[in-house]
Design a protein around this ligand. Structure first.
Ligand SMILES: Cc1cc2nc3c(=O)[nH]c(=O)nc-3n(C[C@H](O)[C@H](O)[C@H](O)COP(=O)(O)OP(=O)(O)OC[C@H]3O[C@@H](n4cnc5c(N)ncnc54)[C@H](O)[C@@H]3O)c2cc1C
Ligand SMILES: NC(=O)c1ccc[n+]([C@@H]2O[C@H](COP(=O)([O-])OP(=O)(O)OC[C@H]3O[C@@H](n4cnc5c(N)ncnc54)[C@H](OP(=O)(O)O)[C@@H]3O)[C@@H](O)[C@H]2O)c1
Length: 451
């Protein structure tokens, strides 16, 4: 049986692993990736100071080494290849394209210079080719990061780390240079709901207290009214509250940079100065309201303040990027699906032999490890649906390569990526870093042409 997987992030690789481990049917997997480099957000999202997390790619390398697996990078579905091409060449298709679009605040002033979505900032410091040329102007002393999730924490932490902390990581060289010259001294992380509703995970929150020259600041008043139960409850919420409480008791002042954690505020306008760039963020104070179904929502009180900041980074989530020929669920911002089987968004009828895994299926929630079981679950459906499929005659396996080459594409196979990998690792040795990324697709292809 022949399967195409689109996207080489964790969800795609775990789907490949589950397929290739089957002993009941021989499966050949071709994985298409729009970049010349594999691993999705593990390379382009996970923070550079979290190298231990990036080590998960060793597991994916093992999958890639299987003889029935083929990686084809620098091939973008919707640009170089159509869904119809895939239907002709494969028995089944798995979309693992992640969530590459930003959610918007939808307030006046969003989009003015120095109001930059988290995706752009994160892609920029991680050397994602799409954001190589992003204009990140760090000649400001105060920055607001909107959102109370781990992405907000990542963005704030990277803004406040010292150059010495960053240079030993795989942060992109252009970002390291800009951060060396950064004027940023204070970052405000803003939650629209309270500390109890924040979605930070405790290890990531705790890490804010471990930066070399920056410390978390929280007004004890922000925690008034939060329930501090005895240490018997080990929930994320309970752990977060205890960490926040410990931060609120810090009075060291020994570190020069500050990370302020503020709650119950919603941005209502990004304010521009005379030069058109951000000079402030208008905030409305919120109160919490419990809905009949038990959910807790933020409700504006009408009380306003202006937070003087020179840059705003909304980190409020992501949604799926549209690709022609794939049905979307407008409301959920994902590929339309029923538990991983792609469906027509209106009739909800199943589109046979097309599947979706990872964030493209669920939206932007869940850590890397969560995709292993989730992708394997979808593979069970594929096997249940696919019993008769191997009988359908397909063009020979090389036909897709011939088609792509006819279209003038330079396919980057896994061996090519390994050569790029070696070059990046060797470049990294100069600054004692795990790698120095090549951040430009053309430059990657030029390196491959030479080596
Ligand atoms: C900033 C950030 C930091 C994170 N840090 C951590 C962390 O420290 N620990 C943790 O456990 N989790 C972390 N996560 C969560 C984790 O990265 C996600 O759970 C996971 O990457 C989602 O996997 P995915 O395969 O669905 O999507 P992705 O990892 O986004 O992979 C999607 C892939 O599809 C490719 N693609 C998209 N469109 C096309 C197309 N048209 N044609 C071909 N290819 C295409 C993309 O280039 C990409 O390689 C982080 C997330 C973010 C945003
Ligand atoms: N180091 C790590 O382990 C790591 C790093 C990064 C990301 N991740 C994972 O990746 C996933 C995505 O992370 P994320 O931080 O993007 O998502 P998230 O945890 O869902 O956080 C999004 C935040 O944005 C807020 N928000 C949404 N719309 C808003 C609006 N209009 N105005 C103000 N605030 C708004 C949300 O508030 P409400 O709660 O009120 O909706 C929430 O606080 C998560 O599973 C996360 O754990 C992990």
């Amino acid at each position: 049986m022949r399967v195409a997987i689109i996207g080489s992030g964790p969800a795609g690789f775990y789907a490949a692993e589950a397929l290739l481990k089957r002993t009941d049917v021989e499966i050949h997997v071709d994985m298409f990736e729009r970049l010349p480099t594999p691993y999705g957000l593990v390379r382009g999202g996970v923070a550079p100071d979290h190298q231990n997390i990036k080590a998960v790619t060793r597991v994916y390398e093992k999958t890639a080494a299987r003889p029935t697996f083929r990686f084809m990078g620098n091939v973008c579905l919707g640009r170089d290849l159509t869904v119809e091409d895939l239907r002709q060449h494969y028995h089944q298709i798995v979309y693992a394209v992640g969530n590459e679009a930003d959610r918007r605040l939808a307030i006046p002033g969003e989009g003015i210079p120095r109001c930059t979505p988290a995706t752009v900032f994160i892609g920029w410091y991680n050397g994602h080719p799409d954001y190589r040329h992003a204009k990140i102007d760090l000649s400001v002393s105060r920055v607001a990061v909107v959102g109370n999730g781990n992405v907000a924490i990542d963005a704030a932490r990277i803004l406040l780390r010292t150059p010495a902390e960053l240079e030993k990581t795989d942060i992109a060289a252009h970002a390291l240079e800009a951060l060396r010259n950064s004027w940023v001294r204070e970052v405000f992380v803003l939650g629209r709901r309270g500390p109890e509703q924040a979605s930070f995970t405790p290890p990531e929150l705790r890490e804010l207290g471990e930066m070399e020259d920056a410390e978390p600041v929280i007004d004890p008043g922000e925690l008034a009214g939060c329930a501090f139960a005895e240490a018997t409850d080990h929930s994320q919420q309970e752990k977060n509250l205890k960490i926040l409480q410990s931060f609120s008791m810090l009075h060291s002042g020994a570190k020069t940079k500050k990370l302020h954690l503020r709650f119950l505020v919603s941005p209502t306008e990004v304010i521009a100065g005379a030069d058109g760039k951000v000079v402030g963020l208008a905030l409305e104070k919120n109160r919490l309201e419990i809905q009949p179904d038990g959910t807790v929502i933020a409700r504006g009180t009408g009380e306003m303040e202006i937070l003087e900041v020179g840059m705003v980074l909304p980190a409020i989530g992501f949604s799926v990027e549209r690709i022609a020929g794939i049905p979307y669920d407008e409301k959920a911002g994902v590929i339309a699906n029923e538990d991983g089987r792609v469906v027509d968004p209106i009739s909800r009828s199943v589109i046979a032999n097309e599947y979706v895994v990872g964030w493209a299926r669920t939206g932007p929630q869940g850590l890397i490890g969560s995709h292993k079981a989730a992708s394997a679950h979808v593979v069970e459906y594929m096997m249940a649906d696919g019993a008769e499929l191997a009988l359908r005659k397909l063009p020979e396996r090389e036909a897709i390569v011939t088609l792509l080459r006819k279209r003038g594409l330079k396919i980057v196979f896994f061996d090519d990526w390994k050569r790029l990998d070696d070059v990046e690792v060797a470049r990294g040795e100069r600054r004692d870093a795990p790698r120095d990324k090549i951040v430009d697709v053309e430059a990657m292809l030029a390196v491959l042409a030479q080596h």
